[in-house]
Design a protein around this ligand. Structure first.
Ligand code: NDP
Length: 296
């Protein structure tokens, strides 16, 4: 671990929550939420990094409300493009490493084979454009960085598809879920644990740039819902497959956003398990927390 410890932003988010725990064995972690590190205040963000002088900045905070972003582009770009630009500039000045997260929504989803890091991005919505601009600002700054693109994040806590489905399947007889968007549901804990492993293996130097980091395999939102339904033998709810046109949303989403994880496997020896194994572990956690779940 390099001197200066880890400055973690976004501690209350899905990935940030898990990161605070996963990064702890690597050294002192200063974990801040919105009240301690506001992404919409670049001057305060700059002052924060200068005060802390971290060895690593890990930024798990982001504007993630994909549909709301269509009506609030300024807020999305402030958090997802301008704030990473400031963090990257400060990381460059300090000579520390910036770890940042990005998304499959930088792609337009027209391919039918997993996207590689070298594939051209073409975001379809404001959120995707704001995240892509953040990536580009970090790359242009010249700071040492890792940009980890992930997909369909869920876990035992936070706002996510799994918890929404568990609630709806408890309330309704019928749950309609989109079957023509394909991706890889990825557990927030796996993302955090993989990040900690990368930091430990990489040390203060090593490979940098954009990496895809998702669960293995692929499914649709409907397939994911069916798998969740499999953990609820008592529920009467049926999961009905619908098309994207049956569930209109303000933001257009890619129809296919599976990412190829070959680069992170080659450079860091990291390969997340199949999404079904990730779900099994999260469901065990959820059960242990008092919700529906499995043991063992
Ligand atoms: P969450 O939405 O769970 O957490 C994001 C955190 O950022 C929240 O705690 C939020 O605070 C905080 N935040 C938002 N705006 C600001 C701001 N202006 N200042 C300070 N903090 C702010 O996101 P995830 O953990 O799921 O996402 C982690 C990363 O992964 C992000 O970079 C995201 O873009 C990326 N990603 C996420 C995917 C997903 O499906 N969720 C898919 C692909 C990539 P508050 O709770 O107060 O709003």
């Amino acid at each position: 671990m390099s001197a200066g410890g880890i400055l973690l932003l976004g501690r209350a988010g899905q990935v940030g929550w898990e990161l605070e725990r996963a990064l702890a064995p690597l050294g002192p972690v200063t974990a801040l939420g919105r009240d301690g590190a506001d992404l919409s205040d670049p001057a305060a963000l700059r002052a924060l990094v200068r005060r802390h002088r971290p060895g690593w900045i890990v930024n798990a905070a982001a504007y993630t409300a994909v549909d709301r972003a269509e009506a609030e582009p300024e807020a999305a770009f402030a958090a997802n493009a301008e704030a990473p630009r400031v963090l990257a500039e400060e990381a460059g000045r300090l000579g520390c490493t910036l770890v940042h997260y990005s998304t499959d929504y930088v792609f337009d989803g027209t391919r039918r084979a997993p996207y590689r890091e070298s594939d051209a991005p073409a975001p379809l919505n404001v959120y995707g454009r704001s995240k892509l601009e953040g990536e580009r600002a970090i790359q242009a700054s010249g700071c040492d960085h890792l940009i980890l693109r992930t997909t369909w994040v869920y876990g035992a806590r936070g706002r996510n598809f799994l918890l929404t489905m568990l609630r709806l399947m408890g309330e309704r007889e019928h749950v309609r879920v989109v079957a023509d968007q394909v991706g890889a549901p990825t557990s927030s804990r796996m993302i955090a644990q993989a990040t900690a492993l990368i930091l430990a293996r990489r040390g203060a130097g090593g490979p940098s740039g954009v990496y895809h980091l998702t669960a293995a395999g692929q499914t649709s939102w409907h397939g994911f819902a069916e798998a969740i339904r499999g953990y609820l033998p008592e529920t009467a709810a049926r999961v009905e497959a619908i098309g994207t046109d049956g569930f209109p949303t303000p933001a257009v989403r890619p129809g296919y956003s599976v990412l190829d994880n070959g680069r992170i496997a080659a450079d860091f020896g990291i390969a997340l398990p199949d999404w079904r194994d990730g779900l099994r572990l999260v469901m065990a956690d959820h059960g242990a927390l008092g919700g529906a779940g499995v043991s063992g």
